[in-house]
Each structure stands twice: as structure tokens, then as C-alpha cells.
Design a protein around this ligand. Structure first.
Ligand SMILES: Nc1nc2c(ncn2[C@@H]2O[C@H](COP(=O)(O)OP(=O)(O)OP(=O)(O)O)[C@@H](O)[C@H]2O)c(=O)[nH]1
Length: 345
């Protein structure tokens, strides 16, 4: 069974004050998280001091020289002014690791600012040849404040986009929120992003197994786990005879398109590229599993906005019912038009 050897990257995002740092801080105390490099994007210079305040991690960091693996980017925002800096930092970390100039790390966590748009950051992770050859996106983890999250999602496009592209939604501060608040938030998140897993936490306490190595490969068994990764949204069936509706402005939708069979990757690949070029503006995320007649194994495909990511060949993985399917998460997309556009190639 083959496995993607690239370094898994967790993108940790979430609206202002939603508990990203608290979660990261707690995660890094866990023994399983020892070999983790971190890139933190903080606006202002409070940075690391604040992150590790009141924890004994700072001490551990000194001892284990993990500081070498921790980079603070504080002079701008990753999704706008610091795009190149993110790529430079990731390359730099990788080359230092290869030269053994810093301790080995087996995963990377990137913590964004609260107002970050994850789309450009994800596209940045995929666009650059060196980066895409040595790193792979494991999961987008999004923290959401159990008290204010609902309001933030309704009032801020950034919060809505963050929730929509998440693989893992972490509902924070449940010690402060009422059961009604938490339930209302959970319901809203299911409508925005039914494919994501949800975890309720307090004070950043969460088993790392729920947020890292949750991507395409199960690191324990080394086997591909594409179904878990795809997490196709389960939607209530449309009443018979009704067609998917066009969404309202700013609405986020998520749906699965079952692709025709048989199909050839040599034909689908250029089609996906032009599909992303046409609908990329509103295409927050595309994930899929493709069973192609001209490939030796199923393919995991992935795109963000205008950028399709190089597919991963899932060697040794089979399905009883080999259905090619693509999950679309987008903003203000006409579901019917998208379905037609994807199928016609
Ligand atoms: N009571 C309680 N407070 C929490 C919890 N999680 C975070 N906080 C507090 O909420 C505040 C914001 O948490 P942070 O972890 O700094 O949030 P953040 O998302 O990193 O914030 P920014 O980087 O400023 O966007 C801090 O004062 C935390 O101590 C929780 O589960 N319960």
C-alpha cells in the first residue's frame, strides 16, 4: 500500500477570538504533537509571548529546541499581504529540516489571523511547485465561538467562508454557552457545511486525533482513507420532480455530484481545469474521488477557487461500488448549472 510521504499541513483558522491559540496551545502539550512545526500569523507583535503565556510549553520549547520550528509572521495577513512570506517560510522550514539544521518535524500547523480568508491561503499552498511536492494539506480546522459564532457567521463573510471550507469544526467555549446556543450553532453549521465533523470543546481540550492526520491517509495504518476525507455531505432528498434551487446572494452551498461512468482522467482533467477557471471565483472548495478507466487506481482530486491540486493516486484502495463523485462547496452557486457544467465533458 503506497502512501503520500509529503508533510501533512493543518490549516487552523477561525474568527477573531474564537479560541485558535487556546486550542493550539493545548494541542502542543500532547505527546503525539511533539514533532510539529508551527507557522503563526498574528497581527501586531504580541505573538508568541501571548500564545505561550501561562503555560509551561515555553520551557519545553527551550528544552526541545522547538522554537527553531516555530515561525511568527506578524507584519501582515497571510491571505493578502503575506502570501509570498508563507511560501518562503514553508520552503525555508523544509530545507532546514532536510539539512538537519532544525529538529525534524513530521507535521506543520499554520495558524491564521481571525479575519483570514482561507481560500487564498489554500490556493497558495497548492500553487507553488516546491511546496506542493513536499507538503500536502491534511485538514482545515476551524474554531467557532459557541456564544458568538452564529452572529459572526451571519455578519461576516470571513467567518462564513471559514466555516464553509472546514474539514473539522471545533465549537469552542462550551463552558460559557447555553445548550440552546450550542444547538443553534450546530444546526447552522450543518446547513453550511454538512460534510465537516463537529467537536464541542472547552478551554482548548481536544484529542489531537480529531484534528490532525484526519486527511486522506490514516497515519496509523498508512492506508488511504478517502471516504473519511471526502465526507460527502448528506442532504435531505429533494422532493420528487423538484430541481436544485439557485441560492441567494452570499449563500454557501455544499452538494455532491455523481459523475458519469466510465470516464477517463485524460478527458476529465482539462475539463476540471476549465470548470475551475469558469466558476473559481465562487468555488470555495472542490474535493472528489474519481474512478477513471485510464488510471491504475482511484484518484483523490482537490481544488480551491481557480486552482486544481495535483491528484493523489490511491494505490491499493478499492470500493465495492466505484462511484466517481465530486463534492462542491461554493458561495452563491447555481447548483443546477454547476451539476450540468461538471457532467458535460
Ligand atoms: N471560558 C473559556 N474561555 C476561552 C475558551 N477558549 C478560549 N477562551 C478565551 O477566549 C479568549 C480568546 O481566545 P484565543 O485562543 O486567544 O482566541 P484566538 O482565536 O486565538 O484569538 P485571535 O488570535 O485574537 O483571533 C482568550 O481570553 C481565551 O482565554 C474556552 O473554552 N472557555
Amino acid at each position: 500500500m503506497d502512501m503520500d510521504k509529503r508533510i501533512p499541513v493543518t490549516l487552523l483558522t477561525g474568527f477573531l477570538g474564537s479560541g485558535k491559540t487556546t486550542l493550539l496551545n493545548k494541542l502542543l502539550h500532547h505527546p503525539d504533537m511533539r514533532d510539529t512545526a508551527i507557522i503563526i500569523n498574528e497581527l501586531g507583535d504580541a505573538g508568541l509571548d501571548q500564545i505561550f503565556a501561562n503555560s509551561n510549553l515555553a520551557q519545553n520549547i527551550e528544552n526541545e529546541h522547538i522554537t527553531d520550528n516555530t515561525v511568527l509572521l506578524s507584519s501582515g495577513c497571510l491571505c493578502c499581504t503575506l502570501k509570498n512570506e508563507l511560501a518562503d517560510t514553508m520552503r525555508d522550514l523544509f530545507f532546514k529540516r532536510a539539512l538537519q539544521a532544525i529538529p525534524q518535524f513530521n507535521r506543520l500547523i499554520i495558524e491564521t489571523t481571525g479575519m483570514a480568508d482561507p481560500g487564498p491561503i489554500l490556493a497558495n499552498l497548492m500553487n507553488e511547485p516546491v511546496i506542493e511536492s513536499v507538503y500536502r494539506l491534511d485538514a482545515v480546522v476551524v474554531t467557532i465561538d459557541s456564544i458568538y459564532g452564529l452572529q459572526q457567521i451571519e455578519e461576516n463573510t470571513e467567518a462564513l467562508k471559514q466555516a464553509a471550507v472546514a474539514d473539522v469544526l471545533v465549537l469552542t467555549k462550551t463552558d460559557l454557552a447555553s445548550a440552546e446556543q450550542i444547538n443553534a450553532l450546530k444546526e447552522k453549521l450543518i446547513t453550511i457545511n454538512p460534510g465537516a465533523t463537529q467537536h464541542k470543546i472547552a478551554h482548548g481540550e481536544l484529542d489531537p486525533a480529531f484534528v490532525v492526520d484526519v486527511g486522506l491517509f490514516d497515519l496509523a495504518t498508512k492506508h488511504p482513507e478517502p471516504q473519511r476525507w471526502l465526507r460527502a455531505p448528506i442532504k435531505q432528498a429533494q422532493p420528487k420532480g423538484t430541481l436544485p434551487q439557485k441560492t441567494h446572494n452570499d449563500d454557501i452551498t455544499s452538494f455532491t455530484v455523481i459523475m458519469p461512468s466510465p470516464l477517463n482522467w485524460s478527458q476529465l482533467k482539462p475539463h476540471l481545469l476549465s470548470f475551475c477557471q469558469k466558476y473559481g471565483k465562487n468555488l470555495l472548495r472542490l474535493k472528489g474521488i474519481i474512478h477513471a478507466a485510464d488510471q491504475s487506481a482511484p484518484l483523490a482530486i482537490h481544488a480551491v477557487h481557480f486552482t486544481p491540486y495535483p491528484p493523489t493516486l490511491l494505490e491499493g484502495w478499492t470500493e465495492d461500488e466505484p462511484l466517481s463523485r465530486i463534492v462542491i462547496i461554493g458561495k452563491d452557486l447555481d447548483e443546477l448549472e454547476i451539476r450540468k457544467a461538471l457532467m458535460q465533458f
